[in-house]
Design a protein around this ligand. Structure first.
Ligand code: ADP
Ligand code: ASP
Ligand code: MG
Length: 818
């Protein structure tokens, strides 16, 4: 004997019922005795409840809604049964709808919907669908018989969630099956009391019906046919990367379904387990797929856990007070009060100090729970032993489940660490003593992010992914995207890392695509699908998307964008940028960003703020972290000025050098922006802060390089004219340097907590003497590098090296992922 069950998702339409019939025909043709359980057509139960409530509220529109349900069933008859044979089925279904109409009229007259009546109303869903499918099977010459489970499944009168009387039920089922050899088409979900009053077995209860029949009949297998490829590592609707669990133990399946894996109704596992009947979860729409086998054997040992599930909408009740410490019986009274009031508790967590107990319940019971508990603990509250009973709504529970957890240590560590790295706050946690399940309570807003991040860590630990949001796709941003494109095959192959470009924005357009923007067509996609840029909206959307491992990359030099860094970091989104504005403003702002990143467990990286891709900030941070002390920093931090002074020499006019530098694109449009020294000042300011000096921008002392007349010139052309006329001034500087056998260098210095920027003469013993092109150079004198300074030297400007520095920062975030 084999018992099959088809859920609402499998019997929701004519096409899917045709698919069901094929599956049944195939099973029967193998010669095996088969029984089949059907659910109501997908969504029908919810509709019936809605109609019942409308009727009870006196809303006469229930009638129209009922007609829609009726028409859906009639259309199903027309789609499945030959015209000639349709009439008897129409008559049967019409008869059921007439009966239902009478009941609803009664409900609407007395304006009351009891649980008992609601069960009766809901029972029509299964009765209607099963009658139609039975007739459709007969129409195909199968020996099928409608079987109303109310004749066989005996329950108590706990309406909405009736308990089964197994001895009687088993006997009735065996007697019934002994009398007939026809294929029994059984209504799922419903039963009846000894008095014959209709009951239901709880939402999703058709699975239970299948298990009850399977166990009574000692079936070889119970097959649960649904719309997914078996039981999966997580709900595929919430975690796109979820995959099928090939085999799972009853206990694990029970735990997963109890915590929200709707694919099996938890009580269904018990009768099958008691008789060791294997349960298979299969996909009606992918019949060749093997699905999941639920049996006594546990899952294979490939992963540390078997699956993840969640209950999305919960309320957390917290009772706290110092008077609870060491007082026996408080929890006993607490839970007795709840159970007396029919409020079931999903998860309990008590701090070991006994100072507080918290537990989660259905939010619909929250207000009632508060009232009954405040009443029960009236005396304790009056005496101050219990301070408060508070309720927090909009929380979710996530449970990770698996037999493997017993043997492997560190599972909870991995769980908490991935939540921490994604800035997800754990409100409460509980571990079952069976060690089969660890549950966490989190804010509902974080649910999707948490599920996907946890799934990534436990099941796809080999492949990690970063979600990138890039603002500014000009020279640096564009180069970065090109580097990402050409490197992505290597990264996914060798580093098992996927860089997902989720957001892009230039000054005109922005585009956000959670499934990722292809790095080889980003320009076309941004053009074709982008909308008008609004940075606040872009930032808002990033936060709303709440994707795990999100990184905001600012490749602009914009002053307004940096205002959003704090908000982003606060939302646990890392920030990577070559933009110096944030770090060279007020010290308090710099410090705030650093602290927020630290508190949220994310990164704020800006290696390219100074010296483009050269490892300057990383070097400082490494030395600081390892306890070195900085004595002095000297640096040439402007590629432009480096070029100018490396080229300026005897027989060369200073104005010509600047003109040439401008022509080569080494300078800003107005070369005074470089020559004024403010950019270099910003860089030494950042370095000072990195070594722990809380410096403000105005504290950096700049000795002007240009004479006043050059600085004051109204236009760039006038500036060049002034440069020409000041040629003697520059020649003098050069001569003085030569007299000292030195060269001119524009140097930023941090010494004794003072920062200066000035033109200096250095001789051949100085490490800055030999410098070529537009190189940058930084020399660190520290306690460890005292005799000979640590020197970092190389190209300190250019899109290629800056982009690769940004890329390296992004990569360093990936290595930090769980
Ligand atoms: P049926 O109507 O066939 O009884 P249900 O809607 O009750 O189907 O259950 C199937 C649904 O369960 C799937 O569509 C899926 O979204 C959800 N689900 C939740 N968790 C899981 C999981 N771990 N594996 C598979 N499906 C799951
Ligand atoms: N039709 C019922 C429900 O929607 C039972 C089931 O589908 O299993 O809850
Ligand atoms: Mg179901």
């Amino acid at each position: 004997m084999k018992v099959l069950k088809f859920g609402g998702t499998s019997v929701g339409s004519v096409d899917s019922i045709k698919q069901v019939i094929q599956i049944l025909e195939k099973s029967i043709s193998k010669g095996e005795r088969t029984a089949v359980v059907f659910s109501a057509m997908g969504g029908a139960t919810n509709r019936l409840i809605e109609i019942g409530r409308m009727a009870a509220a006196g809303n006469q529109e229930y009638f129209e809604l009922l007609k829609v349900v009726e028409e859906r069933h009639f259309a199903t008859i027309r789609g499945l049964i030959n015209v000639k044979q349709q009439s008897s089925t129409f008559a049967a279904i019409k008869g059921l709808f007439n009966e239902l109409e009478d009941i609803l009229r009664g409900v609407s007259l007395i304006r009351e919907l009891t649980d008992r009546t609601l069960d009766l109303i809901m029972s029509f869903g299964e009765r209607l669908s099963t009658v139609i499918i039975t007739e459709a099977l007969k129409n195909r010459n199968l020996k099928a018989e409608f079987c109303d489970a109310r004749q066989l499944v005996r329950t108590n009168a706990h309406f909405g969630m009736a308990e089964v009387d197994f001895p009687v039920t088993n006997r009735l089922i065996l007697e019934h099956f002994a009398k007939t050899s026809a294929l029994q088409c059984i209504t799922g979900f419903i039963g009846a009391t000894p008095e014959g009053i209709t009951t239901t077995l709880g939402r999703g209860g058709s699975d239970y019906t299948a298990s009850i029949f399977g166990a009574a009949l000692d079936a070889q297998v119970i097959e649960i046919w649904s719309d997914v490829d078996g039981m999966m590592t997580a709900d595929p609707r919430k975690v796109p990367n979820a995959f099928t669990i090939p085999s799972i133990s009853y206990a694990e399946a029970m735990e997963l379904s109890h915590f929200g894996a709707k694919v099996i109704y938890p009580p269904s596992l018990q009768p099958a387990f008691a008789k060791s009947i294997p349960l298979k979860v299969l996909n009606t729409f992918n019949t060749d797929f093997e699905g999941t086998l639920v049996s006594r054997a546990a899952n294979s040992k490939e992963y540390a856990i078997t699956g993840i599930s969640s209950i999305d909408d919960m309320a957390l009740v917290n009772i706290q007070g110092s008077g609870m410490i060491g007082v026996a019986g408080i929890s006993a009274r607490l839970f007795t009060t709840l159970s007396d009031n029919n409020i079931s508790v999903i998860l309990i967590s008590q701090a070991s100090s006994e100072h507080s107990i918290c537990f989660t319940i259905d939010p619909r019971n929250a207000e009632r729970a508060q009232v009954v508990l405040e009443k029960a603990f009236e005396t304790e509250m009056a005496m101050g032993d219990i301070d408060s009973i508070t309720i927090e709504k909009n929380v979710s529970i996530i449970a990770i489940v698996g037999e493997g957890m017993r043997k492997s240590s560190g599972v909870s560590g991995r769980l908490f660490s991935v939540l921490g790295k994604n800035g997800i706050n754990i409100i409460a946690t509980a571990q079952g003593s069976s060690e089969l399940n660890i549950s966490v309570v989190i804010s509902k807003n974080d649910l999707s992010k948490a599920l996907n991040a946890i799934h990534g860590v436990f099941f796809l630990s080999e492949t990690r992914s970063l979600n990138l949001f890039i603002v500014g796709v000009g020279l640096i941003g564009g180069t970065l995207l090109e580097q990402v494109r050409s490197q992505s095959a290597f990264l996914s192959g060798e580093r098992l890392l996927k860089l997902n470009i989720v957001g892009l924005s230039n000054t005109r357009k922005m585009l956000l695509e959670p499934s990722g923007i292809a790095p080889d067509h980003w320009r076309d996609e941004l053009d074709a699908h982008g909308v008008k840029t609004s940075i606040p909206a872009f930032v808002q959307r990033i936060i709303e998307l709440n994707l795990p491992n999100s990184v905001f990359v600012d490749c602009t030099s914009d002053k307004d964008i940096v205002r959003h860094y704090g908000t982003l970091l606060d939302a646990s989104i890392s920030v990577v940028t070559p933009n110096k504005v944030a770090n060279s403003g007020r010290y308090a702002e710099y410090q705030r960003l650093q602290r927020t990143a630290l508190q949220r467990g994310v990164k704020f990286l800006y290696e390219t703020n100074v010296g483009a891709g050269l490892p300057i900030i990383n070097t400082i941070q490494g030395l600081m972290d390892s306890g070195d002390k900085f004595i002095k920093i000297e640096a040439i931090l402007s590629g432009t000025l480096s070029y100018i002074f490396n080229t300026f020499g005897p027989q060369v006019r200073f104005a010509d050098v600047v003109r040439e530098a401008k022509a080569k694109g080494y300078t800003e449009p107005d070369p005074r922006d470089d020559l004024s020294g403010t950019d270099v000042a910003r860089k030494i300011l950042i370095l000072a802060r990195e070594v722990g000096v809380p410096m403000e921008p105005e504290e950096v002392k700049i000795t002007p390089l240009l004479p006043e007349n050059c600085l004051q010139a109204p236009t760039v052309e006038a500036f060049f004219a002034e440069l020409e006329s000041s040629n003697d001034y520059f020649e003098n500087l050069l001569n003085e340097a030569e007299a000292q056998q030195g060269v001119l260098r524009y140097i930023a210095t941090l010494d004794n907590n003072h920062a200066t920027v000035q033109l200096r003469v250095v001789d051949a013993r100085h490490p800055f003497y030999n410098l070529s092109g537009s190189d940058n150079i930084v020399s660190f004198t520290t306690e460890r590098y005292k005799d000979r300074p640590l020197v970092v030297k190389g190209p300190g400007a250019g899109a290629e090296v800056t982009a690769s520095g940004v890329f390296a920062d992004i990569m360093s975030i990936s290595s930090y992922l769980g």
